[in-house]
Every structure is written in C-alpha cells, then in structure tokens.
Design a protein around this ligand. Structure first.
Ligand code: SF4
Length: 243
C-alpha cells in the first residue's frame, strides 16, 4: 500500500530535466518543514488522493488512501499511452515510503526519477536499484532550522557510487547565508566536481523572500570556482501554469 496525495501527468518545471513530460506520483508525508515549501498539504498523510483519469486532462478522481500498489501501478502505466520521459516520485518526501517504492517500481514501465530532500540515506539504499535519475535537494540550515550536512554528504556519496544519473538542486532565498552556501559547494565538490549543480532562485513563499538577479550571478560565479556544471533554473511550472 502507498499513501499518496496526487497522481497526474505534467511538465517537469525544475532541475536538469525541465520541460520533459513526466508522470508525477506525489507521496504523502515529509520529515522536514522547509520555509519555502510549496506543497504543505503533502507533508502529512491524507485520507484521499486526487488521481488524474486521463493523462494531462486535469480531470481527477478521488480515491482512498492507502492505495494498493497493484492499483497504483496500473493507473501509472495507463498514462503511458502518452509518451513520457519518466515517472517522477515526488512529495512530500517519497523515501519516507521506501518500502512501497520497492514494491511499486518493478511494476512500472518507464524510467524512474526520484525527487528527494537527500536526508534519508538508509531509505535510499533500499530503493537505489530501481531508480534511474536522482534529483537531490540540498537543504540549508536557514531553510529547515537544522543542519543536514552529514546526511547530505552520505546520501550524495551513495547516490553517485552506483551507475545512476544524479544532480543536486539548491534553492536560493533572501535568507541564504554566504557561509552555508559555501559549505554546500564544498560538500558537493568533496563528492565529485562534475555533479550538475542547479541553483534555483526561490519562488517567494511563506517566510522566504526573493533574491535579485545580481545576487544569483554572484552565487553562480562562486559555485563555478569549484563545480564544473552550475546552472540557474527557476521553477518554470509556476509561470507556465502547470501543476
Ligand atoms: S522537503 Fe520538500 S516537501 Fe518536505 S518540507 Fe521541504 S520542500 Fe516541503
């Protein structure tokens, strides 16, 4: 069984695969509480999930949680009548339901893309054989109120040790501190300088405030001192009006 919030087909709005068509499985529950969280409803378990009936048509059916894995797999695979790049396991934090992913993944007929906050190392180890692409967020202390440096480092080491495609995403807000930013760069560089590194200027939300274009240029220049592939990509799905 899996606890999900939504299942739908849409356009990836963030990271290295921006613009690709994906099936999004939004898992319920999260172990963090980020200031800029734009999916607060997904942080807790919910009695119902909204599931698109036809991919991209935005007609939703309400189904009861938890959802049997076989039923979820059938619904996801039925979307593949439209060509999709991959299936995004997102949240919330999908690794909070690693045991469900282990059962779900072998039944899916498309590559699997994991969007994760990069803190649940042992859970990653469980699902890693089934994952093709990993989009790992780095969460700064200014965002969560806690430090996850050690977890992020171990997570990234594990993710890159296997034959997986991995990139790191860091959201920059008006609250981002210079010291923590440099520590994030050091962390990624210590694992591998060629890991693609995406700087995402925050879409202002809750307590987080925007950063100016000049500051983004400065952050990118700083990151490029150590990392080879640093891109600045905002949340494009917001201004496309996509989910
Ligand atoms: S990790 Fe993601 S889902 Fe969890 S609180 Fe942070 S932004 Fe929200």
């Amino acid at each position: 069984m899996a606890n999900i919030i939504e299942l739908f087909s849409s356009i990836q709005g963030e990271g290295l695969y921006v613009g690709t068509r994906q099936i999004f499985v939004r898992f319920a529950g999260c172990n963090l509480a980020c200031d800029y969280c734009d999916t607060p409803a997904s942080r807790t378990l919910c009695g119902h999930a909204l599931v698109e009936t036809v991919p991209g048509q935005r007609i939703f059916e309400k189904i009861t949680n938890p959802v049997p894995i076989a039923d979820l797999a059938r619904r996801i695979n039925s979307f593949l009548t439209v060509r999709h790049h991959s299936i995004s396991l997102t949240g919330g934090e999908p690794l909070g339901q690693a045991e469900s992913i282990i059962r779900l993944a072998p039944q899916l007929n498309s590559p699997i893309y994991l969007e994760t906050n990069g803190t649940l190392v042992e859970k990653l180890a469980l699902v890693l054989p089934y994952i093709h692409i990993i989009s790992m967020d780095l969460k700064l202390p200014s965002v969560t109120g806690n430090s996850y440096w050690q977890q992020h480092y171990e997570f990234l080491r594990l993710a890159t040790a296997k034959d997986k495609e991995v990139f790191v995403k860091l959201v920059i807000t008006g609250q981002t501190g210079e010291h923590e930013f440099k520590q994030a760069i050091d962390l990624v560089a210590a694992v591998r300088t060629s890991i693609p590194f995406i700087l995402q200027p925050v879409t202002p939300c809750n307590a987080s405030t925007a950063v100016t274009p000049d500051i983004m240029l400065a952050y990118q220049a700083e990151a490029l001192k150590q990392l080879e592939n640093v891109r600045v990509i905002p949340q494009t799905h917001k201004f496309m009006g996509q989910l």
